[in-house]
Ligand binder design. Structure first.
Ligand code: SAM
Length: 264
């Protein structure tokens, strides 16, 4: 039986996390005891009556910066709590636009740590970010959701937790569905269709109605390859093709050449 995945978040907006605990697969998995979440508000560790945890930046300039001391105390409290929850060690992740962009590969590496008993502490910044000395002292890793800037780290922390929780054994009704998702095999997922057979004059590809599972599997693999080649060609340069995929890619190139001839 794998360990329960243990998450603690450090955030001045604890109420935001209802989005992940109150709905969908993540809620069901929480209720089944596959993961746990505690959210710690650094305002509870502020040493002033106003519960302020930010101050003006040295050197001037716009905005405020989250102070190191209340964040360090909050992280220490979260770590102590994790130790009482059967956690071998804690890993502190700061969600930051300056971190390593999150990928499926990184999600799976973190999943391995989680299921081996490492607890994750997710630090959510606000304002201009957090005092650099806190990052140097307490943060093990910085993760970015992408090359854009959010108002705070909460949505990024929830995106990371969602990506991890849905991979926990037992979280999805049908574990096979995660195996066919984009990026798992280094390709984008194939297109999907459901009822009705004819929608706005467009029919479902005939092969999907054939009941021939071998043909359907081959069609889906070819569609995945074609879609990846069109939308994310760099994924294909990072991955070797099997003999079947090489054959399908030759067909895709021939189809494309045929279409181009038709256009001229
Ligand atoms: N001044 C910072 C910079 O340019 O690097 C951005 C601060 S942002 C307004 C406030 C907080 O949102 C950050 O401390 C971080 O926790 C979070 N955040 C913003 N964009 C993010 C992203 N792409 N990925 C993860 N977290 C992000």
């Amino acid at each position: 039986m794998p360990n329960k995945a243990v998450f603690d978040c450090v955030s001045i907006f604890p109420e935001m996390f209802g989005a992940i605990t109150a709905a969908g697969i993540t809620r069901k998995a929480l209720e089944s005891g596959l993961w746990s979440l505690d959210v710690w508000n650094p305002r509870d560790y502020a040493e002033n009556i106003w519960r302020m945890v930010d101050d003006r930046p040295y050197g001037g300039g716009p905005g405020m910066v989250m102070q190191a001391a209340p964040l360090e105390k909050t992280i220490a409290t979260a770590k102590a709590r994790q130790q009482t929850a059967n956690v071998a060690q804690s890993r502190v992740i700061y969600l930051s636009p300056q971190g390593r962009p999150l990928t499926h590969t990184r999600v799976m590496a973190l999943l391995e740590l989680l299921t081996a008993g490492t607890g994750l502490i997710l630090l959510c910044g606000r304002y201009e970010g957090v005092d650099e000395r806190l990052i140097e002292r307490c943060v093990d890793e910085e993760i970015s959701l992408g090359d854009f800037v959010l108002s705070g780290g909460e949505l990024a922390a929830m995106a990371l937790m969602d990506a991890l929780v849905r991979q926990l054994p037992g979280a999805l009704g049908d574990a096979a569905s995660a195996e066919e998702d984009s990026f798992v095999a280094g390709l984008l997922d194939c297109p999907h269709y459901t009822r009705p057979e004819l929608y706005a004059g467009q029919a479902v590809p005939e092969v999907l109605l054939s009941g021939d599972h071998a043909k359907i599997r081959r069609w889906r693999l070819k569609a995945s390859l074609a879609r990846t080649r069109k939308r994310r060609p760099e994924l294909l340069t990072q991955r070797a093709l099997s003999a079947e995929e090489t054959q399908l890619m030759a067909e895709i190139l021939a189809d494309e050449a045929h279409e181009q001839c038709g256009e001229h």
